[in-house]
Design a protein around this ligand. Structure first.
Ligand SMILES: Nc1ncnc2c1ncn2[C@@H]1O[C@H](COP(=O)(O)OP(=O)(O)O)[C@@H](O)[C@H]1O
Ligand SMILES: [Mg+2]
Length: 232
């Protein structure tokens, strides 16, 4: 089977001249469909930069990103956003839900923004997503009435709505307590097993990384370790 993701010699330089920062110095790896992997490294090592390049939120200074066999680096802005919308889901440390909107509205935001009624397929998707995340009964609540853990679950649901092949999570539990952190990882695992979604999770928490199947370590802009984790 072809690799879902290929990161090929990714370099990223921010700024110019004396102020230039070489955030990534040639990072290469591949991810197969269905993997459950983490990216670890100290603060400032380049983890978010790497995730932003893979997520097509930013473009590399050199190197390329292939997604589903397609070379995204050759695409223009429009092509990249097509790949992003169809194939990728994002979960961040902060949930970025719209506080004055209900759980249901947050999940179905594209239709809300477009001011159109939901298609039957979108409705089913949203209901299925609520069930998958254990959020049934909360659909009418406003996001600002939810606990921190519930908010992050809705944010995960939103990332899952288009059933992306790959979910990229950047410190998704950085703002949560131990119990909610465990819940989020159980959910990621369940989605990985039941839906087949591939996960790439950035964390600086070793204990969290130990629960994934593969650990990639970034240090000072370089990939210094890539190990299968047998201790799950
Ligand atoms: N937009 C930016 N402009 C300039 N420098 C940046 C920018 N984003 C990140 N950096 C720098 O790049 C390096 C890697 O940052 P980052 O990828 O955010 O690391 P991490 O997520 O591992 O903490 C750091 O030195 C950081 O200061
Ligand atoms: Mg970061």
């Amino acid at each position: 089977m072809a690799d879902l993701l290929v990161a090929d010699a990714l370099e990223k330089v921010y700024g110019e001249g004396d102020a230039a920062t070489r955030a990534l110095k040639g990072v290469s790896f591949t991810v197969a469909e269905g993997e459950f992997a983490s990216i670890v490294g100290q603060s400032g090592s380049g983890k978010s930069t790497l995730l932003n390049l893979i997520g097509l939120l930013d473009t590399p200074t050199s190197g390329q990103v292939l997604f589903g066999g397609e070379n995204t680096t050759a695409l223009g802005r429009k092509g990249r956003s097509r790949v992003r919308n169809e194939g990728l889901g994002f979960v961040f440390q902060f949930h970025y839900l719209l506080p004055e909107f209900s759980v249901w509205e947050n999940l179905t935001m594209p239709a809300q923004i477009a001011g159109r009624t939901l298609s039957a397929k979108e409705r089913d998707r949203a209901l299925e997503t609520l069930a998958l995340l254990g959020l049934e009964g909360l659909e009418k609540k406003n996001a600002n009435q939810l606990s921190g853990g519930q908010k992050q679950r809705v944010a995960i649901g939103r990332a899952l709505m288009n059933r992306p092949r790959l979910i990229l999570a950047d410190e998704p539990t950085g703002n949560l307590d131990t119990a909610n952190t465990a819940t989020v990882y159980e959910l990621f695992r369940r989605i990985n097993a039941e839906v087949g979604t591939t996960f790439l999770i950035v964390t600086h928490d070793r204990a969290v990384a130990q629960q994934t199947d593969r650990i990639l370590e970034v240090r000072d802009g370089e990939l210094v370790q890539d190990v299968r984790n047998d201790y799950v």
